[in-house]
Design a protein around this ligand. Structure first.
Ligand code: ADP
Length: 168
């Protein structure tokens, strides 16, 4: 049974991430979508919120054979623990490629997990969680960027907080 992990901060999950998830779910028997817990990174949404938003966004577009999980440590350790053979990564621009190649080499040194790169949809190469956060902060409509549940969560977040303190 082929099992793959697509991990990220998903702060928040965007339609770019969902495009990769949808395509990857067709390539493997089981796809784990891993919401990374990274204490060094300042997030807009906490781990519970990111987990819930990601679960709801995936349910909305009706993809089967997916589990959304939280990953507290190294991705490669998680893969070894749960018998996951593949990492899925999305590539938008050349800077993604440089970063991802570095991660690929480190992961290869640490474990026996193969990395599969999927190119971003050409219409979504500009799409990132940070761009979404910036736009939402100024109240812009984002339905081509995020699902409804994510947009509502962003609206709630920015109406309830001092927006200046939340962008990483
Ligand atoms: P990080 O973990 O650095 O915060 P993200 O959660 O945004 O990164 O992204 C996780 C993965 O999704 C990475 O492989 C990234 O390249 C990919 N990705 C992010 N945005 C897009 C997009 N618009 N299209 C395709 N892949 C994307």
């Amino acid at each position: 049974m082929s099992r793959a992990l697509y991990a990220g901060s998903f702060d928040p999950i965007t339609r770019g991430h969902l495009n990769i998830i949808e395509r990857a779910s067709k390539l493997f028997d089981k796809l784990f979508v891993g919401v990374a817990v990274n204490p060094d990174k300042k997030h807009l949404f906490n781990i519970r919120e990111r987990h819930q938003m990601t679960t709801d966004a995936i349910r909305d577009i009706g993809i089967e054979n997916i589990d959304v999980v939280e990953i507290p440590g190294l991705l490669v350790d998680y893969c070894n623990q749960y018998d996951i053979q593949y990492f899925v990564r999305g590539l938008r621009v050349s800077t993604d490629f440089e970063y991802e190649m570095q991660m690929f080499k480190i992961n290869r040194d640490l474990g026996n997990v193969e990395t599969i790169f999927l190119p971003a949809d050409p219409n979504q190469t500009h799409l990132s969680s940070s761009a979404v956060r910036q736009l939402a902060k100024f109240g812009h409509c984002l339905d081509t960027y995020v699902t409804k549940n994510v947009y509502s969560a962003l609206q709630n977040k920015y109406s309830n907080s001092d927006s200046k303190s939340v962008i990483a």
